[in-house]
Design a protein around this ligand. Structure first.
Ligand SMILES: NC(=O)c1ccc[n+]([C@@H]2O[C@H](COP(=O)([O-])OP(=O)(O)OC[C@H]3O[C@@H](n4cnc5c(N)ncnc54)[C@H](OP(=O)(O)O)[C@@H]3O)[C@@H](O)[C@H]2O)c1
Length: 218
């Protein structure tokens, strides 16, 4: 790897926005070495290049969270994009509690814990310049009926990041990027935003996300 290559970790890289971000960086970004992680190994293998690192992990499982944290520390990323997200769809009370717990863990508790570790241990700031958390322009601020636990977690992400941004200067940039509707697997084909042409492609959103993230650390 060239010394000047940026080391970028994309957590939730197998599909949708995370995959599009990997492909954007690989084709139009700077020289880079990527760290890609999520549950689906085959999909990760498809986007990984020779020099990249790959970790198969379920971000809601304690053992996998610990493995991911150590592997990330070893990789020494300059930037981390926490893209993974999801949640149960339907009336709150009709879903089991474990499904809501899953949404809280995936969309809030785990990235919050990661961020806490990275801020509390100064050795992370020897290499880390930026942590970008993907929220939601819709669920981060407004009610999202049928997706209450997902919306609660996205609201919590906004509360945490906006509060940290007002605390004394941190050793690395902490950013919340909140996309609108995107035409990914998360949004079913019959969903009204797709039908009304309101869903952006993951590729367009990834390009904007990358450009926005770079302007913050110039
Ligand atoms: N699509 C939208 O309309 C929309 C709107 C606003 C915000 N967002 C946000 O944008 C981000 C990307 O969404 P997307 O539309 O690209 O979603 P997506 O196509 O469903 O992709 C979700 C990604 O998260 C990973 N993931 C899910 N559960 C995981 C787990 N337990 N452990 C590890 N990885 C996990 C998936 O990988 P594996 O399946 O391989 O684990 C996949 O790479 C999310 O944070 C989402 O909340 C989406």
């Amino acid at each position: 790897m060239r010394d000047s290559a940026q080391k970028i970790a994309i957590l939730g890289a197998s599909r949708g926005l995370g995959r599009a971000l990997c492909l954007h960086i690989q084709t139009q970004g700077p020289a880079s070495e990527l760290f890609v992680a999520s549950r689906k190994e085959m999909a990760l293998r498809e986007i990984r290049r020779g020099q990249d690192s790959l970790l198969v992990a379920d971000f809601t499982k304690a053992d996998d969270q610990a493995r991911l944290q150590s592997a990330l520390f070893e990789f020494r990323p300059n930037s981390i994009f926490y893209v993974a997200g999801g949640g149960p769809f339907g009336d709150f009370e009709k879903k089991e509690w474990k499904d809501h717990q899953w949404a809280f863990d995936l969309n809030f508790a785990f990235p919050a814990k990661l961020l806490h570790t990275m801020l509390a241990d100064p050795s992370w700031s020897e290499f880390l310049r930026q942590f970008v958390w993907i929220g939601s322009a819709i669920a981060g601020e407004k009610p999202d009926p049928q997706a209450a636990s997902y919306a609660a977690a996205k609201h919590a992400a906004r509360g945490l990041v906006s509060s940290l941004q007002k605390e004394a200067a941190k050793k690395f940039d902490i950013a919340l990027y909140e996309p609108g509707y995107m035409a990914t697997e998360m949004l079913p084909p019959h969903a009204w935003p797709r039908q009304q042409g309101l869903a952006k492609s993951a590729e367009d959103e990834a390009r904007e996300l990358w450009q926005w993230s770079q302007t913050r650390i110039k």
